[in-house]
Structure formats: structure tokens, C-alpha cells
Unconditional design. Structure first.
Lengths: 122, 120
């Protein structure tokens, strides 16, 4: 094993630990970081990075869900309601991604996110 | 109301922006859901969506499974550590830490920074 291989493996270890940690603490955001690291550090193209991130995040979400459920931190009624909406929304969103330029929508949601963050901080 | 919030976050998730990062603050601010419950809701609601998408991506060979196999074992260690922290941290501190992450992600979206490659 040469130095380049050792570095590449070390990188994947750090990648795994940081994605898992972030996704575990905040219950979200792991996918964003996974795609970011794969496109920039591993030079993956977008589609491959996006799909691979799902295969990485899914087992981590199962583990984290198990920890939350074991500690009684869940609301079944809320989960069913949100899941129903998000499955339909997910299909609509995937269609929108193909059909329209989403720069404006991304900016609007960016503003919503910053306002929400400020509200949550104070 | 919870279904509408799920629908909106689903659209954003499907567009590749990151549905959870929007779903969690909407649940806590609009429906007064506790931060930890909002986080577990996002985690659990992601499972059926990902399980539905995964076989399609594998079939179309969009996934580099060699990377998945190397990353996931360490990811599981991180996930155990992270969710253990989340469960035991005070809800107030967890909410503020989450808000900081949300702020950074929001600023990134507004200025359309390219370091995420523009996806998810």
C-alpha cells in the first residue's frame, strides 16, 4: 500500500466519522456534507455523489433512529403525518428539479433558513 | 398542518437542497414540536424515501458502492456517538447548535455558493 492509498483511506474514515456525527447530533445535514465532500474531495460528478450519499446516509439514519426510539424520543402520529406529506412532496420536488431552474427558489429558502436560525437563536 | 410541512420539505428534499434542514425548524417554530422529537421525526421519515430511491439508483449504477462500503462502518461509529450526544444534550443547547448550522447553510443558499456542487 503506497502513501496515496493510505491518505485516501484516512480521508474516507474522516468522511464517515464526520457525516455520522453531524447526522446523529442534528438529525439532518449528513447528506449535504456527504455530497459536498464527495464532489470536492473525491471529484465525484453531482449525480453519482447524490445517489451515493443516499446509500451512506440510510444506514446511519437507521442507527440514529434506533437510538432516539430507544430513548422514547419520538411521536408516532407526527411521523405518520409528516411522512405522508414528504413522500408526495419528494416526487413533486424531483420533477421540479428536472424542469425548472431553481436558483431563485434556493435563494428564497436560504432567506427562510437564515430567518428561522435567528428565531431559534434568540 | 404537519402533512403540509412534510409536503413542503419533501419538495425541497427532492430538489436536492436538503429537506431535513428545513423540516426541523418548521416543526419547532410553527408547531412547537420539541427539538429532539423534530429531529427523530426527520430521521424516521427519511427511511421510506431512501429505501424507495435506493434500488432505482443501484439499478442505474449511480452509486459507487466501493466508497459506501468504506465510509459506512465509520459513519456508524459517528452516528452512534452523535445521536447519543443529541439524546443527552439539553434541548436548549441542541436547538442553538442546530440554529448555527441552519444559519451557515442558509447563507450558502442565498449566495448560491458553488462548494456543494449545487446539489442536495
Amino acid at each position: 500500500m503506497n502513501i496515496k492509498n493510505i491518505n485516501a483511506n484516512l480521508l474516507l474514515i474522516i468522511l464517515g466519522l464526520s457525516i455520522g456525527l453531524l447526522n446523529g447530533i442534528f438529525g439532518s445535514g449528513g447528506g449535504i456534507i456527504a455530497v459536498l465532500l464527495m464532489t470536492h474531495v473525491l471529484s465525484f460528478e453531482n449525480k453519482m455523489a447524490h445517489a451515493t450519499s443516499i446509500s451512506i446516509i440510510l444506514p446511519l439514519c437507521i442507527i440514529s433512529s434506533f437510538v432516539f426510539i430507544k430513548n422514547g424520543l419520538y411521536d408516532t402520529r407526527l411521523i405518520i403525518r409528516v411522512a405522508l406529506g414528504s413522500v408526495v412532496g419528494g416526487m413533486v420536488g424531483a420533477k421540479l428539479l428536472c424542469n425548472i431552474s431553481n436558483t431563485l427558489i434556493r435563494r428564497i429558502f436560504g432567506i427562510v433558513m437564515v430567518i428561522s436560525a435567528v428565531r431559534m437563536l434568540f | 398542518m404537519a402533512t403540509i410541512i412534510g409536503f413542503l420539505s419533501g419538495i425541497i428534499g427532492g430538489m436536492g437542497i436538503g429537506g431535513g434542514i428545513i423540516l426541523i425548524p418548521m416543526l419547532t417554530i410553527l408547531l412547537d414540536v420539541e427539538q429532539k422529537i423534530a429531529q427523530s421525526t426527520n430521521l424516521i421519515c427519511y427511511l421510506p424515501l431512501a429505501l424507495a430511491c435506493l434500488p432505482i439508483h443501484i439499478k442505474h449504477k449511480n452509486i459507487d458502492l466501493s466508497v459506501t462500503k468504506k465510509v459506512v462502518p465509520f459513519g456508524i461509529i459517528g452516528a452512534l456517538l452523535g445521536s447519543y450526544l443529541a439524546v443527552h444534550l439539553s434541548p436548549v443547547i441542541l436547538r442553538k447548535l442546530f440554529a448555527a448550522l441552519l444559519f451557515v447553510m442558509g447563507v450558502k443558499e442565498i449566495f448560491n455558493l458553488k462548494w456543494s456542487g449545487g446539489q442536495r
